[in-house]
Design a protein around this ligand. Structure first.
Ligand code: GLY
Length: 380
């Protein structure tokens, strides 16, 4: 991408979508010296503020070593990104590196956890068995009968709402403009791309669409196979166990927040763009969590909400070039918060036609949009 002459109005790059992936991509582009702007319409149900904020490269990638390796790199980037975002925004993002705790619920569960442990160790990660006493010290409320657990200390978590707010503040700190509008279409014109809709029109040398589940609604893009996958969650207050990370079972996860909040998630529902809350799903989440953590039986959830994950036909997101000036970074399904830093580091040099700082920042083929071109997608 040739940078715009400083006298030409409009940015070098317009990022469409102000979720964490769009905001961090804009930040990387700004750090590389590009004039960048963001346009976002604050969609209700957007994934970034409605996710659980787990940065779980092992537990979320059990079946796929390649996915785990990529995820570990993004987790590593979070270690530096978290303090940088806090510095630039002047706010805490409640980043926590105490790990994921996977209790052993039955003999089959032990076998599954042994496989996860072997995978973690094989990837150079740490995994540690906890006995009953260690476990009770971390989570005194666990139901009697649970005697052991696996701790994955390399799994982190962040308050995704705070992180998204901080990423937007970090852009303001760099004088990056964030417009409030819905982009309905993108159109390539000689030497530029024009994004428009909702009374908004902006031309830029290049556009990156980070629209999450709403990406296919932007006209002018090839047909991308992204579908909304709804996740309902609930939250309890007043939790004060020493362990401040995530507890995971095959049925649900329970993720701490500063201030004593505990998030329980999540349903996986193919319901289009519906964001309706079901009492039944909320009750199932609460019952599942209370079966492991009986103290929750006496509490009422303080929040129940839903978000839309952008799902793709395979486990991978869609990151890369769609045409000379048009790019996409979306489709992260359950792993948007985890993969946001790596995605931003991958997409920025591609958009700017620069070599990435490290060979592993080259976008792997499994993520490229053209992997779907033989499947009837990616036709304009
Ligand atoms: N990453 C957790 C979820 O999507 O529910």
């Amino acid at each position: 991408m040739a940078r715009r002459d400083a006298s030409t109005p409009g940015p070098d790059v317009l990022v469409v979508g102000g979720g964490l992936i769009g905001l961090l991509s804009a930040r990387e582009l700004a750090l590389a010296g590009a004039r960048v702007e963001v346009v976002d319409d604050r969609q209700e149900g957007a994934a970034s503020p409605n996710a659980a904020g787990m940065i779980a490269p092992i537990a979320e990638s059990i079946a796929d070593q390649a996915f785990a390796r990529i995820s570990i790199r993004s987790r590593n980037l979070w270690r530096d990104l978290a303090p940088a975002l806090e510095r630039e925004s002047g706010m805490s993002i409640d980043y926590d590196d105490s790990g994921s705790l996977l209790p052993v619920l039955d003999p089959d569960g032990r076998k599954v956890l042994d496989r996860i442990k072997a995978q973690a160790l094989g990837l150079g990660e740490t995994a540690r068995d906890l006995d009953r006493a260690e476990l009770r010290e971390l989570v005194p409320d666990l139901r009697p009968g649970i005697e052991e657990a696996l701790l994955l200390p390399g799994e982190h978590r962040v308050d995704n709402r705070l992180a998204t707010t901080a990423a937007a503040a970090a852009l303001r700190h760099r004088n990056v403009v964030v417009h409030r509008a819905t982009v309905e279409r993108v159109a390539e014109a000689p030497g530029q791309v024009v994004a428009s809709g909702d009374g908004f029109e902006r031309a830029a040398d290049a556009v990156v669409v980070c629209g999450g589940a709403w990406t296919p609604r932007v006209q002018g893009l090839p047909a991308l196979p992204i579908v909304p996958v709804k996740g309902q969650m609930i939250a309890f207050d007043g939790i004060d166990w020493p362990f401040t990370g995530a507890i995971r079972t095959p049925a649900f996860y329970a993720v701490r927040r500063a201030g004593g909040r505990l998030l329980i998630g999540a349903s996986v529902e193919h319901a289009g763009f519906d964001l309706g809350l079901s009492d039944e799903v909320g009750a199932d989440l609460a019952a599942g969590a209370a079966a492991l953590l009986p103290a929750l039986r006496d509490r009422k959830p303080v929040e129940h909400w839903a978000g839309l994950r952008p799902g793709t036909p395979d486990p991978w997101p869609i990151v890369g070039r769609l045409s000379q000036r048009l790019h996409v970074a979306t489709g992260h399904f359950r792993n948007g918060i985890l993969l946001a830093p790596l995605t931003a580091r991958m997409i920025a040099p591609l958009v700017l036609d620069e070599q990435p700082d490290d060979p592993w920042l080259a976008i792997p083929e499994v993520m490229l949009p053209d992997r779907f071109s033989g499947a009837g997608h990616l036709s304009p």
